[in-house]
Design a protein around this ligand. Structure first.
Ligand SMILES: O=C(O)CCC(=O)C(=O)O
Ligand SMILES: [Fe+2]
Length: 362
């Protein structure tokens, strides 16, 4: 980073005085479009978007040379199912059912990529409908789970990434994902994990994004305090159900074309719809610009869990044993590589060690 950019960052953080950053300054009326890689430096991104925490979209020129844009797409711009089958047919992938709401998300199952592609082909043949519902392949850890072909080149703008550096060092997990699904698949209203940043590139297809700056989601809470599942639902017009919605500004809307790259700032709630058969690469990342947001969020979550748990802890005999019985299988289920890392699973390095770790939290 050059001296001037560093000085800019220092005065930015001095102004914040440790408070977590929302969108700094006035929320823009539209999402900026960055046309040319030749005239857009890391410092431009850092000062214009990363520090102020506002979204932007980069033109397809930024992803021109990517292997996946050449090999995963047919000359007609559609997903190249045959290439994906040849290279990844036997890989197990997570698949969400967009037609079924489970809390504010969708239930997921696991299947072979070949079975998902066969579903997708049938879905197209059936006029974009299927008795199996509308299935969306989400959060496939291609980098973690396959020794990948040349798929993408990490853009310099997103290269300061403490989140994936940390997980790479532990060698068990990452936050680098592939999404793919037919027209009509979508991601419900959410903010990203740990209030991380994310970037998203369409390898083929198009997405429609709705963005709300940090804090605006408060005006979208329903009369029970819950956040909406779908911000496009007519139910939001019912002022008895959503009494504060009139105070919410309209979202920033964006249509992301094939090859374009979207920067999703920290703590911005968003909802995303695939307008065509779409494959995208989506990574979450954290660095010094959003670390305070992440820390604040984790503290808030811990307090909420402690409060919830306190209602049960004193009424249940053998509380700590219940914690162990739940926590260890959960770690193993979510971290496939964890079995060989006793210091991660909490397997005791000495008798009673892991119990101390969990008890400290609750
Ligand atoms: O593309 C999608 O369906 C969701 C993407 C998203 O939420 C993200 O990149 O943060
Ligand atoms: Fe997201």
């Amino acid at each position: 980073m050059d001296r001037e950019t560093r000085a800019f960052a220092e005065s930015h953080f001095q102004r914040l005085r440790g408070r977590p950053a929302g969108a700094v300054g006035a929320t823009p009326g539209r999402v900026d479009f960055i046309e040319s890689p030749d005239s857009f430096s890391y410092a431009d991104f850092f000062k214009g978007y990363l520090l102020p925490n506002v979204p932007c979209v980069f033109s397809s020129a930024f992803t021109e040379g990517w292997g996946s844009r050449r090999r995963w797409v047919t000359p007609g711009g559609k997903p190249d199912f045959e290439h994906l089958l040849r290279n990844y047919g036997d890989v197990v992938v997570p698949v969400a059912n967009c037609g079924v709401q489970e809390y504010n998300s969708n239930p997921k199952e696991h299947m072979l990529l070949r079975d998902y592609i066969s579903y997708w082909k049938d879905y197209i043949q059936g006029g974009y409908s299927s008795p199996r519902g509308c299935l969306y392949l989400k959060d496939w850890h291609l980098c973690r789970d396959s020794s990948a072909e040349d798929v993408f080149t990490l853009p310099v703008y997103f290269s300061s990434d403490w989140l994936n550096e940390y997980w790479d060092a532990l060698d068990v997990d990452d936050y680098r994902f592939i999404y793919m699904g037919p027209t009509g698949t979508w991601s419900p209203f959410h903010a990203d994990i740990f209030r991380s940043f994310s970037w998203s590139v369409n390898i083929c297809g198009r997405k429609k994004w709705f963005f709300f700056p940090p804090g605006q989601e408060e005006a979208l809470r329903d009369c029970h305090g819950g956040l909406p599942y779908d911000v496009t639902s007519p139910a939001l017009l019912d002022s008895r159900l959503y009494p504060m919605r009139k105070h919410c500004s309209p979202p920033l809307e964006l249509t992301q074309e094939a090859g374009e790259m979207v920067f999703v700032p920290s703590g911005w709630h968003h909802q995303v719809h695939n307008l065509e058969d779409t494959i995208s690469i989506n990574h979450n990342w954290v660095n010094g610009c959003n670390l305070a947001n992440m820390w604040h969020f984790l503290q808030q979550e811990l307090r909420a869990v402690q409060q919830e748990v306190s209602q049960w802890r004193d009424t249940m005999p053998d509380w700590h044993r219940h914690c162990q019985d739940w926590a260890l299988p959960t770690v193993h289920r979510h971290l496939p590589g964890a079995a060989s890392k006793p210091w991660l699973t909490g397997a005791p390095l000495w008798p009673g060690h892991h119990e101390v770790l969990l008890r400290d939290q609750f």
